[in-house]
Design a binder for this molecule. Structure first.
Ligand SMILES: [Mg+2]
Length: 166
Protein backbone atom coordinates (compact mmCIF):
# COMPACT_ATOMS: atom_id res chain seq x y z
CA UNK A 1 0.00 0.00 0.00
CA UNK A 2 2.93 2.34 0.63
CA UNK A 3 3.57 2.54 -3.08
CA UNK A 4 0.34 4.45 -3.54
CA UNK A 5 1.36 7.22 -1.16
CA UNK A 6 2.26 10.36 -3.15
CA UNK A 7 5.57 12.10 -2.47
CA UNK A 8 3.97 15.54 -2.50
CA UNK A 9 0.43 16.89 -2.25
CA UNK A 10 -0.67 20.33 -3.40
CA UNK A 11 -4.05 22.05 -3.59
CA UNK A 12 -3.48 23.17 -7.17
CA UNK A 13 -1.03 22.36 -9.96
CA UNK A 14 0.71 25.73 -9.86
CA UNK A 15 1.64 25.41 -6.20
CA UNK A 16 4.38 23.17 -7.56
CA UNK A 17 6.28 26.15 -8.94
CA UNK A 18 9.67 26.23 -10.64
CA UNK A 19 11.47 27.11 -7.42
CA UNK A 20 10.00 24.10 -5.62
CA UNK A 21 10.63 21.71 -8.50
CA UNK A 22 14.25 22.81 -8.88
CA UNK A 23 14.75 22.52 -5.11
CA UNK A 24 13.80 18.82 -5.25
CA UNK A 25 16.07 18.19 -8.22
CA UNK A 26 13.36 17.97 -10.89
CA UNK A 27 14.31 18.68 -14.52
CA UNK A 28 11.23 17.15 -16.12
CA UNK A 29 7.55 16.97 -15.23
CA UNK A 30 4.95 14.59 -16.65
CA UNK A 31 1.45 16.06 -16.57
CA UNK A 32 -2.00 14.58 -16.41
CA UNK A 33 -4.64 16.81 -18.05
CA UNK A 34 -8.17 15.95 -16.96
CA UNK A 35 -9.06 17.30 -13.53
CA UNK A 36 -5.39 18.06 -12.90
CA UNK A 37 -4.88 21.09 -15.18
CA UNK A 38 -8.46 21.61 -16.37
CA UNK A 39 -11.83 19.88 -15.93
CA UNK A 40 -13.07 17.59 -18.70
CA UNK A 41 -15.33 20.23 -20.25
CA UNK A 42 -12.54 22.76 -20.84
CA UNK A 43 -11.11 22.00 -24.26
CA UNK A 44 -8.20 24.42 -23.91
CA UNK A 45 -5.77 25.34 -21.12
CA UNK A 46 -6.66 28.50 -19.20
CA UNK A 47 -4.38 31.44 -18.50
CA UNK A 48 -3.16 29.98 -15.19
CA UNK A 49 -2.09 26.78 -16.92
CA UNK A 50 -0.31 28.63 -19.71
CA UNK A 51 1.45 31.00 -17.31
CA UNK A 52 2.62 28.15 -15.09
CA UNK A 53 3.92 26.13 -18.04
CA UNK A 54 5.80 29.18 -19.37
CA UNK A 55 7.41 29.78 -16.00
CA UNK A 56 8.61 26.17 -15.77
CA UNK A 57 10.00 26.34 -19.31
CA UNK A 58 11.83 29.55 -18.47
CA UNK A 59 13.39 27.76 -15.51
CA UNK A 60 14.69 25.05 -17.85
CA UNK A 61 12.22 22.36 -16.76
CA UNK A 62 10.98 20.03 -19.51
CA UNK A 63 7.29 19.14 -19.66
CA UNK A 64 5.22 16.44 -21.25
CA UNK A 65 1.61 15.27 -21.19
CA UNK A 66 0.69 11.66 -20.50
CA UNK A 67 -3.09 11.16 -20.51
CA UNK A 68 -5.45 8.24 -20.66
CA UNK A 69 -7.85 10.37 -22.69
CA UNK A 70 -8.01 10.25 -26.49
CA UNK A 71 -5.93 11.99 -29.15
CA UNK A 72 -8.66 14.39 -30.18
CA UNK A 73 -8.99 15.81 -26.67
CA UNK A 74 -5.28 15.88 -25.91
CA UNK A 75 -4.06 17.26 -29.25
CA UNK A 76 -6.60 20.08 -29.06
CA UNK A 77 -5.65 20.86 -25.46
CA UNK A 78 -1.99 20.88 -26.46
CA UNK A 79 -2.47 22.95 -29.63
CA UNK A 80 -1.31 26.17 -27.94
CA UNK A 81 1.22 24.48 -25.68
CA UNK A 82 3.27 22.38 -28.08
CA UNK A 83 4.33 19.80 -25.49
CA UNK A 84 5.23 16.18 -26.24
CA UNK A 85 1.96 14.28 -25.74
CA UNK A 86 1.20 10.63 -25.11
CA UNK A 87 -2.52 9.90 -25.13
CA UNK A 88 -4.51 6.71 -24.50
CA UNK A 89 -1.59 6.12 -22.19
CA UNK A 90 -3.10 3.30 -20.13
CA UNK A 91 -1.81 4.63 -16.82
CA UNK A 92 -1.08 3.01 -14.33
CA UNK A 93 1.13 1.20 -16.84
CA UNK A 94 4.54 2.83 -17.07
CA UNK A 95 5.21 2.56 -20.79
CA UNK A 96 4.17 6.06 -21.79
CA UNK A 97 5.88 7.68 -18.81
CA UNK A 98 9.10 6.03 -19.94
CA UNK A 99 8.52 7.33 -23.47
CA UNK A 100 7.87 10.81 -22.08
CA UNK A 101 11.16 10.74 -20.15
CA UNK A 102 13.00 9.62 -23.25
CA UNK A 103 11.52 12.56 -25.13
CA UNK A 104 12.38 15.01 -22.32
CA UNK A 105 15.85 13.54 -21.86
CA UNK A 106 15.41 13.08 -18.13
CA UNK A 107 16.13 10.17 -15.82
CA UNK A 108 13.52 8.84 -13.37
CA UNK A 109 15.43 10.47 -10.50
CA UNK A 110 15.05 13.93 -12.00
CA UNK A 111 11.44 13.49 -13.11
CA UNK A 112 8.13 13.92 -11.31
CA UNK A 113 4.62 13.01 -12.44
CA UNK A 114 1.59 15.11 -11.48
CA UNK A 115 -2.00 13.94 -11.44
CA UNK A 116 -5.29 13.83 -9.56
CA UNK A 117 -5.78 10.07 -9.17
CA UNK A 118 -3.86 7.71 -6.94
CA UNK A 119 -4.73 4.51 -8.79
CA UNK A 120 -3.90 6.03 -12.16
CA UNK A 121 -1.33 8.79 -11.82
CA UNK A 122 0.51 8.00 -8.59
CA UNK A 123 0.63 4.30 -9.37
CA UNK A 124 1.96 5.00 -12.88
CA UNK A 125 4.67 7.21 -11.37
CA UNK A 126 5.66 4.42 -9.00
CA UNK A 127 5.75 1.90 -11.82
CA UNK A 128 8.04 4.19 -13.81
CA UNK A 129 10.25 4.91 -10.78
CA UNK A 130 9.49 8.62 -10.66
CA UNK A 131 8.19 10.72 -7.79
CA UNK A 132 4.52 11.66 -7.68
CA UNK A 133 2.68 14.92 -7.00
CA UNK A 134 -1.02 14.55 -6.21
CA UNK A 135 -3.51 17.38 -6.57
CA UNK A 136 -7.23 17.15 -5.78
CA UNK A 137 -9.47 16.79 -8.85
CA UNK A 138 -10.63 20.18 -10.14
CA UNK A 139 -14.07 18.95 -11.03
CA UNK A 140 -15.86 17.03 -8.35
CA UNK A 141 -18.64 15.80 -10.59
CA UNK A 142 -17.54 12.22 -10.75
CA UNK A 143 -18.82 9.09 -12.35
CA UNK A 144 -19.40 6.06 -10.18
CA UNK A 145 -16.14 4.31 -10.94
CA UNK A 146 -14.14 7.39 -10.00
CA UNK A 147 -16.18 7.77 -6.82
CA UNK A 148 -15.43 4.19 -5.90
CA UNK A 149 -11.74 4.75 -6.50
CA UNK A 150 -11.79 7.86 -4.31
CA UNK A 151 -13.23 5.80 -1.48
CA UNK A 152 -10.27 3.46 -1.76
CA UNK A 153 -7.90 6.41 -1.84
CA UNK A 154 -8.97 7.75 1.52
CA UNK A 155 -6.85 5.44 3.75
CA UNK A 156 -3.84 6.12 1.54
CA UNK A 157 -4.12 9.87 1.96
CA UNK A 158 -4.46 9.34 5.70
CA UNK A 159 -1.18 7.45 5.57
CA UNK A 160 0.44 10.34 3.69
CA UNK A 161 -0.65 12.87 6.33
CA UNK A 162 0.59 10.59 9.12
CA UNK A 163 3.94 10.19 7.42
CA UNK A 164 4.32 13.97 7.13
CA UNK A 165 3.55 14.37 10.84
CA UNK A 166 6.24 11.89 11.87
MG1 LIG B 1 -6.93 13.09 -14.25
Amino acid sequence: MLKFVPDYCFNRFDEADAEFLLSIGVRGIILDVDNTLEPYENALPGEHVKAWISSLREAGISLSIVSNNNGERINLFNSELGLPVFYRAKKPFKKNLLRAMEKMGTSPEETVAMGDQIFTDVWAARNAGVRAILVPPINDRRDLLTRFKRLLERPILKKYRKQKEE
